[in-house]
Design a protein around this ligand. Sequence first.
Ligand SMILES: CC(C)(COP(=O)(O)OP(=O)(O)OC[C@H]1O[C@@H](n2cnc3c(N)ncnc32)[C@H](O)[C@@H]1OP(=O)(O)O)[C@@H](O)C(=O)NCCC(=O)NCCS
Length: 181
Amino acid sequence: MAMASSPAPLQVRLLTAADVPAAARLYHQAYAHSGEGGWDEVTAAAIITDLLRLFPDQCFAAERDGALHGIILCSSIAGARATVEELAVAPDVQRQGIGSALLDHVVAFYRGRGLPFVELVANRAAPAYAFYRRRGFRENEGYRLLGRELRGPGERPPAPGATPDGSPGSPRTRGTSDPPG
Ligand SMILES: CC(C)(COP(=O)(O)OP(=O)(O)OC[C@H]1O[C@@H](n2cnc3c(N)ncnc32)[C@H](O)[C@@H]1OP(=O)(O)O)[C@@H](O)C(=O)NCCC(=O)NCCS
């Protein structure tokens, strides 16, 4: 009788530019599944592309049998503090330890680099909040996340290439749509 083969091991590796379309789909699906909404796929691809360009050594993928199962995108500035910017696991493989494996990977990664602290922002009402709490993340007692709107009600965003004073911009910047990178 043939024995059931055990699943291939999960591999955590660096994310690459070739992963961006699949990563954006996964990210969008993970948030849609969680009921939190999240970014649409095009915006997700832009976010992933930017983080990958800025922090290519701090963005990781979890893969099994060549399929992308999860991503964790991180940043750090001057070796002083590290941030988990994004974490997502494909809905059909959630609750199998992949999110934990990715988080463990970056904790070990930054510890190995001598960073003292890793931080992230989580929605208290989302399941991920308890997930992080159970993995040692604690709320900062003294600090709150502050933000302010940059546009008034009904105000439209500036035209591409416009300068802060409202002038049309130089020929170099006006209407250019260079891809990032
Ligand atoms: C949060 C997330 C990354 C966890 O990935 P995962 O691979 O399922 O994580 P693990 O299998 O390692 O651990 C699962 C844990 O999360 C909990 N969990 C996952 N999804 C959950 C859900 N929808 N509701 C309640 N708990 C959930 C499990 O109960 C389990 O908790 P425990 O092990 O601490 O008891 C994944 O659910 C996800 O991608 N969510 C949508 C995106 C998101 O919220 N990202 C984080 C933004 S700050």
